[in-house]
Design a protein around this ligand. Sequence first.
Ligand code: ATP
Ligand code: MG
Length: 390
Amino acid sequence: MREIVLIKNGELALKGLNRSSFEDVLIKNMRRHLAPLGTFQFTKSQSTIMVEPEDPDTDLDDTVDALTRVFGIHSVSPALAVDKDWQSVCSTAYMLMDKEIEKNPNFSFKVFARRSDKHYFMNSDGINRELGHLILERYPSVRVDIHKPEVSLSVEIRDRAYLYCEEIPCANGMPVGTAGRATLLISGGIDSPVAGYMMAKRGLILSAVHFYSYPYTSERARDKVVDLTRLLSRYAGPIRLHLVPFTDIQMTIYEQCPSKETTVIMRRLMMKIAQRIAEKEGARALITGEALGQVASQTLESLCVTNDAVTMPVFRPLIGFDKDDIMDLSRKIGTYETSILPYEDCCTVFVPKHPVTKPVLEDLRASEAKVDFSEMIEHAISDSELMIIK
Ligand code: ATP
Ligand code: MG
C-alpha cells in the first residue's frame, strides 16, 4: 500500500487537444513547489494526476499544503493506492472507515466508485452497492446517505485501486506559464500583491517593478516589497523583481509640474518605465492594483490619462473590487499583515493637497512636455537593481 496524492485539474479539463501540454506545465510547477520536500513521481491519467513520493516517509501533509498553492489544481486528495483485488479494496476501505469512526462514530456515508479499468470484474454501481453493504454490516453505527453524505468514500479503479475520503479545495486557476509573461507594478500596499496573485492565477508568469525614493522612502519600505514579492512567489513561482530608483524623477515632477497634476504625471512615468522593463523581459502586459474610484488617480479620467502613457495592455484585475473584498483576498493569500506595516511608499510621499480628479489628457501631456524626462528615465532604468525572488 502506498500513500499518494490525487490531483484534480481545474479548468484544464476543458482544454481539449491542448490539455496534455497544459498538464505538462502544471507538473513542472508542482515539481518546483514540492522540490524542498523530496522527489516525486507524476503520472497523468484522464483528468487526474497522481503524485507519489519516491521516499515513502515523505510528509504528505506538507505535500498537500504545498499543492494547495499551485495554480491549475482544483482539489487534492490524499489517497491510499493498493492492488485492485477485491480483498485489498475492502480492507483499505475499512482502514479509512476506522479513521472516520475515531472522529465521529455516527456518520452518514456513501461509496462513490469510478472505474477507468473497464475490465474490472464489477462495475461502479456494483462496487457502490457491495462495498456500502459490507461497511454497513461492519459498522452498525453508520448509515447511508446518497444525497448529502458526511463521508464520501471514493474508490477509483485504475492501474491500481485508489481510495480516499478527503477532497481538499485548492487555488484553482491556470498553471503559471500557460499564458505568457506580464509585469506587475508592485508597491508596498494592499492592492498590488493581490492584483499579481489574480493574474498569476490566470497562468501568467510575473515579473515585478518597484519604484523607491531614497531617502524619502526607507530601506524598510523596500524590504517590505521584497517580502511581499516573496509571499506572492509562494503561488506565482520565481519572480524577477526590478527595484527602480525614482527620487530624481519624483523631485523633478514636484519642482517643475503643476502641483495638482503631480500624482498623475508620476503614474504616467512609472508606467513608461515599467513598460520599458517589461519589453526587455518579453512581458506583454502590465498589471496594477488600481480599482475604479478608490483614489483621485483611479477615477476613469485618471486611468485614461495613465493608460495613454503606454502601448501595452494594462491589466487591472481589481478594477471592480471594493476595498473590503481586496482586503479579504489579501488576508486569504497571506500578504495582508505585511502590506499594513507602516512604511511609506513613494506615492504617498509627495501627495498634493488637491490632486486633479478629472485630468485632461492634453493638459497633462503639455505639462509633461515642458520637462525633459528622457535622460532621467534612462538613468532610472540603468540604475535599477534586479533580484530573483523565490
Ligand atoms: P497599492 O495598495 O497596490 O499600493 P493603492 O491603492 O495604494 O495601491 P496607488 O498608490 O495609487 O494605489 O497605486 C496604484 C497602483 O500603482 C498600485 O496598485 C501599483 O500597481 C502601482 N504603484 C504604486 N506605487 C508603486 C511603486 N512605488 N512601485 C511600483 N508600483 C507602484
Ligand atoms: Mg499604494
